[in-house]
Design a protein around this ligand. Structure first.
Ligand code: HSE
Length: 349
Protein backbone atom coordinates (compact mmCIF):
# COMPACT_ATOMS: atom_id res chain seq x y z
CA UNK A 1 0.00 0.00 0.00
CA UNK A 2 1.13 3.49 -0.73
CA UNK A 3 1.60 6.06 2.06
CA UNK A 4 2.05 9.74 1.38
CA UNK A 5 4.53 11.19 3.85
CA UNK A 6 5.35 14.75 4.89
CA UNK A 7 8.74 15.24 6.52
CA UNK A 8 9.15 18.16 8.89
CA UNK A 9 12.87 18.58 9.53
CA UNK A 10 15.52 17.01 7.34
CA UNK A 11 18.66 16.95 9.47
CA UNK A 12 20.44 13.86 10.72
CA UNK A 13 17.31 11.84 11.46
CA UNK A 14 15.46 12.82 8.28
CA UNK A 15 18.44 12.00 6.12
CA UNK A 16 18.93 8.69 7.93
CA UNK A 17 15.31 7.85 7.15
CA UNK A 18 15.72 8.80 3.48
CA UNK A 19 18.83 6.62 3.21
CA UNK A 20 16.93 3.64 4.59
CA UNK A 21 13.93 4.22 2.31
CA UNK A 22 16.21 4.49 -0.70
CA UNK A 23 18.23 1.40 0.11
CA UNK A 24 15.32 -0.81 1.15
CA UNK A 25 12.53 0.29 -1.18
CA UNK A 26 12.06 -3.11 -2.83
CA UNK A 27 12.37 -5.00 0.47
CA UNK A 28 9.79 -2.80 2.19
CA UNK A 29 7.38 -3.21 -0.71
CA UNK A 30 7.82 -6.98 -1.11
CA UNK A 31 7.91 -7.98 2.55
CA UNK A 32 5.69 -5.37 4.21
CA UNK A 33 3.60 -4.08 1.32
CA UNK A 34 4.85 -0.63 2.36
CA UNK A 35 5.41 1.91 -0.39
CA UNK A 36 6.31 5.31 1.02
CA UNK A 37 5.85 8.35 -1.16
CA UNK A 38 7.55 11.47 0.20
CA UNK A 39 5.26 14.28 -0.92
CA UNK A 40 6.84 17.20 0.93
CA UNK A 41 9.86 18.10 3.03
CA UNK A 42 10.39 21.32 4.86
CA UNK A 43 13.41 22.24 6.94
CA UNK A 44 14.25 25.58 8.49
CA UNK A 45 17.83 25.54 7.24
CA UNK A 46 17.40 23.64 3.99
CA UNK A 47 14.15 25.04 2.61
CA UNK A 48 11.13 23.28 1.19
CA UNK A 49 10.31 20.89 -1.61
CA UNK A 50 6.81 19.65 -2.52
CA UNK A 51 5.69 17.14 -5.13
CA UNK A 52 2.37 15.33 -4.57
CA UNK A 53 3.36 12.48 -6.88
CA UNK A 54 6.39 11.65 -4.77
CA UNK A 55 9.94 13.02 -4.66
CA UNK A 56 12.79 10.93 -6.02
CA UNK A 57 14.88 9.96 -3.03
CA UNK A 58 18.23 9.39 -4.73
CA UNK A 59 18.60 12.88 -6.23
CA UNK A 60 17.15 14.29 -3.03
CA UNK A 61 19.90 12.66 -0.96
CA UNK A 62 22.58 13.71 -3.45
CA UNK A 63 21.38 17.31 -3.22
CA UNK A 64 21.56 17.22 0.58
CA UNK A 65 24.94 15.44 0.67
CA UNK A 66 26.42 18.18 -1.52
CA UNK A 67 25.34 20.66 1.16
CA UNK A 68 22.77 22.23 -1.16
CA UNK A 69 19.28 23.34 -0.22
CA UNK A 70 16.11 21.40 -0.96
CA UNK A 71 15.25 24.08 -3.50
CA UNK A 72 18.14 22.75 -5.60
CA UNK A 73 16.51 19.30 -5.91
CA UNK A 74 16.63 18.59 -9.65
CA UNK A 75 13.54 16.36 -9.97
CA UNK A 76 9.96 17.43 -10.66
CA UNK A 77 8.60 19.70 -7.94
CA UNK A 78 6.20 22.51 -7.22
CA UNK A 79 7.55 26.00 -7.37
CA UNK A 80 7.99 27.25 -3.81
CA UNK A 81 9.73 30.03 -1.99
CA UNK A 82 12.79 29.40 0.15
CA UNK A 83 10.94 27.95 3.12
CA UNK A 84 7.27 27.11 3.56
CA UNK A 85 6.04 27.36 7.12
CA UNK A 86 5.38 23.79 8.32
CA UNK A 87 1.93 24.78 9.63
CA UNK A 88 0.90 25.95 6.14
CA UNK A 89 2.48 22.95 4.51
CA UNK A 90 0.74 20.47 6.81
CA UNK A 91 -2.58 22.20 6.13
CA UNK A 92 -2.12 22.30 2.38
CA UNK A 93 -0.43 19.02 1.42
CA UNK A 94 -2.44 15.80 1.53
CA UNK A 95 -0.72 12.90 3.25
CA UNK A 96 -1.35 9.88 5.44
CA UNK A 97 1.67 10.36 7.73
CA UNK A 98 3.67 13.28 9.06
CA UNK A 99 7.17 12.47 10.29
CA UNK A 100 8.20 15.22 12.72
CA UNK A 101 11.99 15.32 13.09
CA UNK A 102 12.84 18.86 14.15
CA UNK A 103 15.07 19.82 17.07
CA UNK A 104 14.04 19.21 20.68
CA UNK A 105 13.09 22.22 22.78
CA UNK A 106 12.61 20.68 26.18
CA UNK A 107 11.36 23.91 27.80
CA UNK A 108 8.36 24.51 25.51
CA UNK A 109 8.11 21.53 23.16
CA UNK A 110 7.62 24.06 20.39
CA UNK A 111 7.35 24.49 17.51
CA UNK A 112 7.04 20.72 17.15
CA UNK A 113 3.93 20.42 19.35
CA UNK A 114 2.01 22.84 17.12
CA UNK A 115 3.04 20.87 14.03
CA UNK A 116 1.86 17.64 15.61
CA UNK A 117 -1.51 19.14 16.61
CA UNK A 118 -2.03 20.54 13.12
CA UNK A 119 -1.20 17.18 11.53
CA UNK A 120 -3.56 15.22 13.80
CA UNK A 121 -6.36 17.75 13.26
CA UNK A 122 -5.92 17.49 9.49
CA UNK A 123 -6.19 13.70 9.62
CA UNK A 124 -2.55 12.62 9.47
CA UNK A 125 -0.86 9.99 11.59
CA UNK A 126 2.15 11.40 13.44
CA UNK A 127 5.53 9.81 14.04
CA UNK A 128 8.18 11.73 15.93
CA UNK A 129 11.69 11.40 17.33
CA UNK A 130 11.36 14.75 19.12
CA UNK A 131 11.54 14.53 22.91
CA UNK A 132 9.93 17.93 23.57
CA UNK A 133 6.30 17.20 22.65
CA UNK A 134 6.47 13.67 24.09
CA UNK A 135 7.92 14.81 27.43
CA UNK A 136 5.67 17.84 27.91
CA UNK A 137 2.36 17.07 26.18
CA UNK A 138 2.06 13.32 25.81
CA UNK A 139 -1.43 12.84 27.28
CA UNK A 140 -2.90 15.76 25.34
CA UNK A 141 -1.41 14.61 22.03
CA UNK A 142 -2.48 11.00 22.58
CA UNK A 143 -6.01 12.18 23.28
CA UNK A 144 -6.02 14.38 20.18
CA UNK A 145 -4.81 11.41 18.15
CA UNK A 146 -7.55 9.22 19.62
CA UNK A 147 -10.27 11.78 18.87
CA UNK A 148 -9.07 11.97 15.25
CA UNK A 149 -8.64 8.22 15.02
CA UNK A 150 -4.96 8.62 14.20
CA UNK A 151 -1.67 7.33 15.62
CA UNK A 152 0.75 9.42 17.66
CA UNK A 153 3.93 7.34 17.80
CA UNK A 154 7.19 8.17 19.56
CA UNK A 155 9.57 5.21 19.28
CA UNK A 156 12.56 7.43 18.43
CA UNK A 157 12.29 9.60 21.52
CA UNK A 158 13.90 7.04 23.86
CA UNK A 159 16.82 4.77 22.82
CA UNK A 160 16.49 5.75 19.12
CA UNK A 161 15.24 2.72 17.18
CA UNK A 162 15.79 0.19 19.97
CA UNK A 163 12.18 -0.94 20.34
CA UNK A 164 11.25 0.21 23.83
CA UNK A 165 7.65 1.17 23.06
CA UNK A 166 7.09 -1.61 20.55
CA UNK A 167 8.33 -4.16 23.08
CA UNK A 168 6.03 -2.96 25.81
CA UNK A 169 3.03 -2.46 23.51
CA UNK A 170 3.36 -5.82 21.75
CA UNK A 171 5.66 -8.42 23.28
CA UNK A 172 4.93 -7.48 26.90
CA UNK A 173 1.23 -6.70 26.38
CA UNK A 174 -0.79 -8.03 29.33
CA UNK A 175 1.88 -7.15 31.87
CA UNK A 176 1.60 -4.45 34.44
CA UNK A 177 4.69 -2.30 34.66
CA UNK A 178 5.96 -1.86 38.22
CA UNK A 179 9.23 -0.12 37.47
CA UNK A 180 11.51 0.84 34.59
CA UNK A 181 15.15 1.45 35.15
CA UNK A 182 17.77 2.15 32.55
CA UNK A 183 20.74 3.85 31.00
CA UNK A 184 19.16 6.36 28.65
CA UNK A 185 22.02 8.70 27.84
CA UNK A 186 24.86 7.47 25.65
CA UNK A 187 27.25 10.34 26.29
CA UNK A 188 27.41 9.86 30.05
CA UNK A 189 27.70 6.09 29.75
CA UNK A 190 30.58 6.58 27.31
CA UNK A 191 32.31 8.98 29.75
CA UNK A 192 31.91 6.59 32.69
CA UNK A 193 33.22 3.70 30.59
CA UNK A 194 36.29 5.63 29.45
CA UNK A 195 37.06 6.72 33.03
CA UNK A 196 36.91 3.14 34.25
CA UNK A 197 38.46 1.15 31.40
CA UNK A 198 40.97 3.62 29.95
CA UNK A 199 41.73 5.54 33.13
CA UNK A 200 40.74 8.90 31.65
CA UNK A 201 39.84 11.80 33.90
CA UNK A 202 36.32 13.25 33.58
CA UNK A 203 37.41 16.24 31.42
CA UNK A 204 39.42 14.05 29.04
CA UNK A 205 36.56 11.58 28.64
CA UNK A 206 34.08 14.40 27.99
CA UNK A 207 36.36 15.92 25.37
CA UNK A 208 36.59 12.56 23.62
CA UNK A 209 32.79 12.19 23.70
CA UNK A 210 32.51 15.59 22.04
CA UNK A 211 35.14 14.72 19.41
CA UNK A 212 33.28 11.53 18.55
CA UNK A 213 30.00 13.45 18.23
CA UNK A 214 28.21 11.76 21.16
CA UNK A 215 28.00 14.86 23.31
CA UNK A 216 26.74 18.20 22.15
CA UNK A 217 29.12 21.17 21.88
CA UNK A 218 27.34 22.29 25.05
CA UNK A 219 27.17 18.97 26.88
CA UNK A 220 25.18 20.24 29.88
CA UNK A 221 22.00 18.43 28.86
CA UNK A 222 23.91 15.15 28.81
CA UNK A 223 26.25 15.38 31.81
CA UNK A 224 23.81 17.12 34.16
CA UNK A 225 21.08 14.57 33.41
CA UNK A 226 18.51 16.79 31.63
CA UNK A 227 18.42 14.57 28.52
CA UNK A 228 17.80 11.46 30.65
CA UNK A 229 15.12 13.37 32.61
CA UNK A 230 13.20 14.11 29.40
CA UNK A 231 13.37 10.43 28.44
CA UNK A 232 12.30 9.16 31.86
CA UNK A 233 9.32 11.53 31.85
CA UNK A 234 8.29 10.11 28.47
CA UNK A 235 8.51 6.57 29.87
CA UNK A 236 6.52 7.49 32.98
CA UNK A 237 3.75 9.16 31.00
CA UNK A 238 3.61 6.89 27.96
CA UNK A 239 4.10 3.51 29.64
CA UNK A 240 2.64 4.08 33.11
CA UNK A 241 -0.05 6.67 32.53
CA UNK A 242 1.77 9.27 34.61
CA UNK A 243 1.43 13.03 34.41
CA UNK A 244 5.00 13.96 35.32
CA UNK A 245 6.79 17.11 34.20
CA UNK A 246 10.59 17.32 33.95
CA UNK A 247 10.72 19.41 37.15
CA UNK A 248 9.07 16.55 39.08
CA UNK A 249 12.11 14.33 38.50
CA UNK A 250 14.89 14.20 41.07
CA UNK A 251 18.05 14.85 39.07
CA UNK A 252 21.77 14.54 39.58
CA UNK A 253 24.33 14.38 36.76
CA UNK A 254 27.80 12.86 36.61
CA UNK A 255 29.99 15.96 36.41
CA UNK A 256 31.03 15.63 40.07
CA UNK A 257 32.40 12.10 39.61
CA UNK A 258 36.16 11.64 39.37
CA UNK A 259 38.29 8.74 38.22
CA UNK A 260 39.08 7.84 41.84
CA UNK A 261 35.34 7.44 42.63
CA UNK A 262 34.88 5.12 39.67
CA UNK A 263 37.92 3.03 40.58
CA UNK A 264 36.99 2.90 44.26
CA UNK A 265 33.53 1.53 43.31
CA UNK A 266 35.19 -1.01 41.07
CA UNK A 267 37.33 -2.28 43.94
CA UNK A 268 34.17 -3.16 45.85
CA UNK A 269 32.68 -5.03 42.86
CA UNK A 270 30.41 -2.18 41.78
CA UNK A 271 30.11 0.09 38.76
CA UNK A 272 28.79 3.64 38.49
CA UNK A 273 25.98 4.14 35.97
CA UNK A 274 23.72 7.14 35.40
CA UNK A 275 20.42 5.44 36.16
CA UNK A 276 17.04 6.78 35.09
CA UNK A 277 14.16 5.12 36.84
CA UNK A 278 10.40 5.33 37.26
CA UNK A 279 8.53 3.53 40.03
CA UNK A 280 4.86 2.96 40.60
CA UNK A 281 3.67 2.81 44.17
CA UNK A 282 -0.12 2.44 44.19
CA UNK A 283 -1.26 5.45 42.18
CA UNK A 284 1.90 7.39 42.82
CA UNK A 285 4.57 7.54 40.13
CA UNK A 286 8.02 8.85 40.97
CA UNK A 287 11.06 9.24 38.74
CA UNK A 288 14.72 10.04 39.20
CA UNK A 289 17.98 10.37 37.32
CA UNK A 290 21.16 9.92 39.35
CA UNK A 291 24.44 8.01 39.39
CA UNK A 292 24.13 4.67 41.15
CA UNK A 293 26.66 2.04 42.14
CA UNK A 294 25.32 -1.17 40.66
CA UNK A 295 26.63 -4.66 41.45
CA UNK A 296 28.47 -6.12 38.47
CA UNK A 297 25.81 -8.86 38.30
CA UNK A 298 23.14 -6.30 37.29
CA UNK A 299 22.51 -6.51 33.51
CA UNK A 300 22.79 -2.70 33.34
CA UNK A 301 26.37 -2.91 34.66
CA UNK A 302 27.46 -4.70 31.52
CA UNK A 303 26.27 -1.90 29.24
CA UNK A 304 29.39 -0.08 28.14
CA UNK A 305 30.29 2.76 25.79
CA UNK A 306 27.54 4.82 24.17
CA UNK A 307 24.99 1.98 24.36
CA UNK A 308 21.66 2.34 26.19
CA UNK A 309 19.59 -0.26 28.03
CA UNK A 310 16.32 -0.52 29.88
CA UNK A 311 14.99 -3.03 32.40
CA UNK A 312 11.21 -3.43 32.61
CA UNK A 313 10.02 -4.85 35.92
CA UNK A 314 6.69 -6.50 35.22
CA UNK A 315 4.14 -8.49 37.19
CA UNK A 316 4.05 -11.56 34.93
CA UNK A 317 7.48 -11.68 33.32
CA UNK A 318 9.64 -10.32 36.15
CA UNK A 319 12.59 -8.37 34.78
CA UNK A 320 13.13 -8.01 31.04
CA UNK A 321 16.11 -6.01 29.81
CA UNK A 322 16.61 -4.58 26.35
CA UNK A 323 19.93 -3.14 25.19
CA UNK A 324 20.86 -1.27 22.02
CA UNK A 325 21.79 1.97 20.36
CA UNK A 326 20.50 5.16 21.95
CA UNK A 327 21.34 7.53 19.12
CA UNK A 328 22.64 7.61 15.56
CA UNK A 329 21.57 8.65 12.08
CA UNK A 330 20.45 5.26 10.81
CA UNK A 331 19.25 4.04 14.23
CA UNK A 332 16.95 7.03 14.75
CA UNK A 333 15.94 7.02 11.08
CA UNK A 334 14.92 3.42 11.69
CA UNK A 335 12.75 4.44 14.65
CA UNK A 336 10.67 6.55 12.27
CA UNK A 337 10.41 3.66 9.82
CA UNK A 338 9.41 1.22 12.57
CA UNK A 339 6.57 3.50 13.65
CA UNK A 340 5.42 3.93 10.07
CA UNK A 341 5.39 0.16 9.61
CA UNK A 342 3.29 -0.16 12.78
CA UNK A 343 0.77 2.27 11.29
CA UNK A 344 0.75 0.27 8.07
CA UNK A 345 0.18 -2.99 9.98
CA UNK A 346 -2.86 -1.52 11.71
CA UNK A 347 -4.24 -0.18 8.44
CA UNK A 348 -3.90 -3.60 6.83
CA UNK A 349 -6.05 -5.30 9.49
N1 HSE B 1 22.90 13.17 23.57
C1 HSE B 1 22.08 12.01 23.60
C2 HSE B 1 22.83 10.87 24.23
C3 HSE B 1 21.63 11.67 22.21
O1 HSE B 1 24.04 11.01 24.47
O2 HSE B 1 22.25 9.83 24.52
C4 HSE B 1 20.40 10.82 22.11
O3 HSE B 1 19.23 11.41 22.63
Amino acid sequence: MEYRIIMIGCGTVGQGLLEILEKKAAFLRDVYDFEPRIVAITDKLKGTVIWPEGLQIKPLLETLKQGKKLNDYPGPREKADEFVDPLDLIEKVEAEIMAEMTYTDIKTGEPATSYIKKALRTGKHVVTSNKGPAALHYAELRELARLNNRHFRIEGTVMSGTPVFHLFENGLAGNELLQVKGILNGTTNFILTKMELDGLEYDEALKLAQQLGYAEADPTADVEGFDAVAKVVILANALMGGTLKPDDVRRQGISHLRKKDILEARETGQRYKLIASVKKDGDKITASVAPERLPLSDPLSAVMGAQNALTFETDLMGRVTIQGAGAGRIETGFSILSDMLAIARCAAR
